[in-house]
Design a protein. Structure first.
Length: 133
């Protein structure tokens, strides 16, 4: 299966610092053992497959936001269990749990805030792990 990425993630995938991706999977297509073709420019003339791998683990993933006056909380769930949370006050990130910071880093984001800019509303999907060939 082809997994498309923005160019900002290519070197992190090749170096092994981006260890997984988070995707919707409404048709339940992702399975452990699936071959993965990592690419940029999906469905364009700029298509570039830059790596091959295999899916090693699939986990349910969810972000749920709660808004209270000037405070926003994002609860992050992996395998239907609370992994951790991030809290903003007046739109400024004030705290995030270590486990959420690690998830964010392993997903290729330099800052936890960047991760939540990407996942900026309630989201349900899958955490897809891989090994590169």
């Amino acid at each position: 299966m082809v997994l498309g990425f923005k160019k900002q993630f290519v070197e992190k995938i090749k170096a092994g610092s981006k260890k997984h991706t988070i995707r919707e999977d409404k048709k339940n297509r992702w399975k452990v053992g699936n071959k993965i073709h990592f690419a940029t420019g999906i469905r364009t003339k700029a298509y570039n497959q830059f790596a091959d791998g295999v899916c090693t683990l699939i986990e349910p993933f969810e972000v749920k936001y709660k808004y209270e006056d000037r405070k926003t909380t994002a609860n992050v769930f992996v395998n239907n269990e609370l992994l951790g949370q991030a809290i903003w006050f007046d739109c400024k990130l004030k705290s995030s749990s270590f486990s959420v910071d690690m998830l964010s880093a392993n997903d290729g984001f330099t800052r936890t805030n960047d991760f939540f800019d990407w996942f900026d509303k309630d989201f349900k999907g899958k955490l897809i792990h891989w090994d590169l060939h």
